[in-house]
Design a protein around this ligand. Structure first.
Ligand code: ARG
Length: 461
């Protein structure tokens, strides 16, 4: 037998492989709540506009509530023969309430229906991600506040560059994640227009009220062009693009955790809660959660790429290609929903080894820039010349196997006679970070102020 929903002009059933490639129920079943919310808003509007009777609309709404409960409790088998969530819900509704169910699809198509469902789903997912980002930022800012004055090496090219504080380093990620949150919320604001009532592509001849369904579903307004309403998937692409950037930031932090927890760095440890052992090497404590956060960026960037390729060159309006939007979107959103709380957990758990970090910060002549700056400030030397003089002092220190502050004054004076004992005040890593008071610099007082300002903002979010 042909399809119950659209089989009128078909004489025979679909080939088995056609049914298999066509069915989306295995993955779009997770839209059932959004689908039912959309249908209820649509039915109520149809009644308000005199297209359905009040009784019909009430019957439909009560039936839809029951379908929702049945799906939530896994009480009826969703059928692949009915292709997708939209037709499964409607078919079950017909079983429950009879012919009135058939009136629900008046002035609507699956094309505007699926676009509505997916916008609602992604809107919720974006809100959940934003809340997770806030939790992660809070964990970072708390740890930063506690370690605002703990010195660690700052790197460029992964070579020791200048001392910074651990708190300052963590606060860098608070800033990045704030922009990520902003990008997701921008996507949310742009996607919050309603496609419902665009029908198949051209609009409808029924006297519907699209503003009413838009507002019932929490949308800001109905989309202004019916072709655009059913064809647009930029809201998914934008979400995945912003999600990719977020995942990149998470992967950078994950990589730093992996490095910090290595024996070679020894900057931090994760407890048993966020590590695993090796089945052969008894000494091992592997930072698997960080590694997996680092790795998952591939799925998310891949999802963005996959959907971009689906949409590229598609003529207006709906094409079945667009059914391929859901799996990448769900996969990416699921991955982010795991990565964010895993990262928050790791940040809470992470114990910095402040001794080790301080020692590492003092190695590698990390205060050479402070020495050059002192020459500029105390002697009025041009910076380029100061750089050169400092370079000679560093070479001397290196030849003697000494830290900069251990080079005797007389030997520094042999290179630049005007150097005084005052120079030793700037050569320690503590003095170096304390001096970086410029706006956005690593001075502990700056970091403390930034962390506490952020903690206040985050508490209000
Ligand atoms: N399952 C479809 C999708 O996800 C729903 C829309 C189908 N529309 C259609 N005219 N066949 O895209």
């Amino acid at each position: 037998m042909g399809n119950k929903m659209w089989g009128g002009r078909f004489a025979s059933a679909a080939d088995a492989i056609m049914a298999e490639i066509n069915a989306s129920i295995d993955f779009d079943k997770r839209l059932y709540r959004q689908d039912i919310a959309g249908s209820k808003a649509h039915a109520a509007m149809l009644a308000d506009c005199g297209i359905l009777t009040r009784e019909e609309a009430e019957k439909i709404a009560a039936g839809l509530d029951q379908v929702e409960q049945e799906i939530a409790e896994d009480r009826f088998a969703l059928s692949r023969d009915l292709e997708d969530i939209h037709m499964n819900v409607e078919a079950r509704l017909a079983e429950l309430i009879g012919p009135a169910a058939g009136k629900l699809h008046t002035a609507r198509s699956r094309n505007d229906q699926v676009a509505t469902d997916l916008r609602l789903y992604i809107r919720d997912a974006l809100d959940a991600l934003a809340a997770e980002i806030t939790r992660l930022q809070t964990a970072l800012a708390r740890k930063a506040e506690a370690h605002a004055g703990d010195v660690m090496p700052g790197f460029t090219h992964l070579q020791t560059a200048q001392p910074v504080t651990f708190g300052h380093h963590l606060m860098a990620y608070v800033e990045m994640f704030a922009r990520d949150r902003g990008r997701l919320m921008d996507a949310r604001a742009r996607l919050n227009d309603s496609p419902l009532g665009a029908a198949a592509l051209a609009g409808t001849s029924f006297p519907i009220d699209r503003a009413a369904t838009a507002s019932a579903l929490g949308f800001d307004r109905p989309m202004a062009n019916s072709l655009d309403a059913v064809s647009a998937r930029d809201f998914v692409m934008e979400t995945l693009a912003a999600g990719t950037i977020l995942a990149v930031h998470l992967s950078r932090l994950a990589e730093e955790i992996v490095l910090w927890c290595s024996a070679e760095f020894g900057f931090a440890t994760l407890s048993d809660r966020f590590t695993t052992g090796s089945s052969i090497m008894p000494q091992k404590r592997n930072p698997d959660a960080a590694e997996l956060v680092r790795a998952k960026v591939g799925r998310i960037a891949g999802a963005f790429h996959a959907l971009t390729m689906v949409m590229k060159g598609l003529p207006l309006a709906y094409s079945k290609d667009m059914q391929e939007d859901k799996e990448p979107a769900f996969e990416a959103l699921d991955a982010l929903a795991l990565m964010l709380p895993a990262m928050t957990g790791m940040i809470d758990d992470l114990q910095p080894n402040t001794e080790r970090m301080r020692e590492a910060a003092a190695r590698g002549y990390s205060t050479a820039t402070d020495l050059a700056d002192w020459l500029v400030r105390a002697l009025g030397m041009p910076f380029r010349e100061a750089h050169h003089v400092t370079g000679r002092i560093v070479r001397l220190a290196e030849e003697r196997g000494l830290a900069l502050e251990a080079v005797p004054l007389a030997e520094m004076q042999a290179i630049e006679p005007r150097i005084t004992a005052d120079v030793f005040n700037v050569l320690s890593v503590e003095n170096s970070v304390a001096s970086r008071v410029s706006f956005g610099g690593t001075a502990p007082e700056n970091v403390r102020a930034q962390a506490s300002a952020w903690l206040q903002r985050l508490a209000d979010e």
